[in-house]
Design a protein around this ligand. Structure first.
Ligand code: LLP
Length: 413
């Protein structure tokens, strides 16, 4: 469900035609819908309302301050993976007490920063990290609340780059080693075992591995409590997939069932780290056709957004639907929609059936709200796009387009 649909023939975000945004803000531009963002968060919150829980939005999916603020105002917490993401959460008036800190490579500086801010919990991913956290906490004369992230060894059946629960993956500690680490933590004065954590992957479209992984983790949670650890938080990660083209991810209700069934009778606060499902279909990348080109082998539509703006197709062979903003008459033709970046992988979509495109036409790359702008780079010395947040009949530029001066800042010839 999202709020991008044609109004009098022109694709609009809520009540704002994308043609207006392109004219006033330029292209390429990410456009987000407030109503869609709020709806997605509300649907998730409703689905879990019978259980004490906290949705910690995975900031990496889209770290726009405006989006963080929208979620913070509606009670969300945040899942961060760097000190930089914590700075963003705080700048958007998110509460540190609702922040969980994930990631395999937290530095001591990042730990100290998060500890001083008073975050909810560190999701620790290795024995050495546990020792480092203890050291930092003792130095600061504090006690760090932590959860071990365990790897439940479940195949999330997603793209191999974003599966994290396999035996071969760098994430979490092996399931069998977790108990020993909790026992060890008893001897470390800087640590307080608050919870247990797992995350099996992203763009998960099957509820079975979710339920299976949570079943294993819930069992471990019970054993740890049996050993006297007063754990209060069970973090089941994020990963719920969305529909880009014809994927059929579980509905939020089905997902909630898969999560809650193994937790029956467990008296704990459930923490979730949804990213993509909140923002993915709440954003599009608006781009303009620069040129057409026909070679004996292929037909190309060259647009002004490239892999530096949206890397998902190039990096994961991800499919994003691409649609004209203003319909054109004429027989559809199969074209490759490509960007200006000097790489053969700079293709936003292969073999797309589009009505004949003219120079200056606008295209919208759909479902680009997650891992779009947050993964954008300056490759080819290209300024990153602007971001716009639409709300009903109006919109705001929530991040201005980078300028050429911005590209030179921080550098000395
Ligand atoms: N929690 C942890 C510990 C994670 O590693 C991730 C995502 C999430 C939560 C949020 O997962 P989500 O609900 O968004 O699936 N760049 C890739 C996705 C990378 C996901 C990394 N971790 C993409 O564009 O598909």
């Amino acid at each position: 469900m999202n709020h991008f649909s044609p109004r009098r023939g022109t694709l609009a975000c809520e009540a704002v035609p994308l043609t207006r945004i392109a004219k006033e803000v330029g292209t390429p531009t990410y456009v987000y819908s407030t109503a869609t963002l709020i709806r997605h968060l509300t649907v998730l919150q409703e689905a879990f309302k019978g259980t004490p829980h906290l949705h910690c939005y995975a900031v990496k999916a889209n770290s726009s301050l405006a989006i963080l603020k929208l979620f913070a105002q509606r009670g969300a917490g945040f899942d961060i993976v760097s000190g930089g993401e914590l700075v963003r959460v705080l700048a958007a008036r998110g509460r540190a007490s609702k922040v969980v800190f994930s990631g395999v490579g937290k530095t001591e500086e990042e730990m100290a920063f998060a500890l001083k801010e008073g975050i909810l919990q560190f999701n620790v991913e290795s024995a050495e990290e546990l020792l480092a956290l203890d050291k930092v906490a003792r130095r600061l004369k504090r006690v760090a609340p932590f959860a071990m992230r365990v790897n439940p060894h479940v195949d999330a059946r997603t793209h191999r780059y974003i599966a994290t629960g396999l035996k071969s993956s760098k994430f979490g500690v092996p399931f069998e080693e977790a108990i020993a680490l909790y026992r060890k933590s008893r001897t470390l004065k800087g640590l307080n075992a608050r919870g247990l954590d797992c995350h099996i992957g992203s763009q998960v479209t099957d509820a079975k591995p979710v339920q299976q992984a949570i079943g294993r983790v819930a069992e471990l949670f019970r054993s740890l409590r049996g050993e006297g650890f007063a754990l209060t938080h069970l973090d089941v990660g994020g990963g719920l997939g969305i529909t880009y083209t014809d994927e059929k991810p579980p509905s939020v209700a089905e997902y909630a069932r898969a999560v809650l069934t193994p937790l029956r009778g467990l008296d704990a606060t459930l923490v979730m780290e949804p990213g993509r499902v909140l923002v993915g279909n709440a954003g599009v990348l608006l781009t303009r056709v620069l040129y057409r080109k026909k070679t004996p082998a292929r037909s190309f539509v060259i647009v002004d957004a490239g892999m530096n703006d949206l890397i998902r197709p190039a990096l994961y062979e991800a499919h994003h639907e691409i649609v004209p903003v203003v319909p054109r008459r004429g027989k559809k033709q199969k074209v490759d929609v490509v960007g200006p970046v000097c790489e053969s992988s700079d293709v936003l979509g292969y073999d797309r059936a589009l009505p004949p495109q003219e120079q200056g036409d606008l295209l919208a790359v759909l479902s680009a709200g997650a891992y779009g702008m947050s993964m954008a780079s300056n490759y080819n010395a290209r300024p990153r796009p602007a971001e716009v947040l639409v709300d009903g009949k109006s919109y705001r530029v929530v991040r201005r387009r980078e300028s050429l001066e911005d590209l030179l800042r921080n550098e000395t010839p």
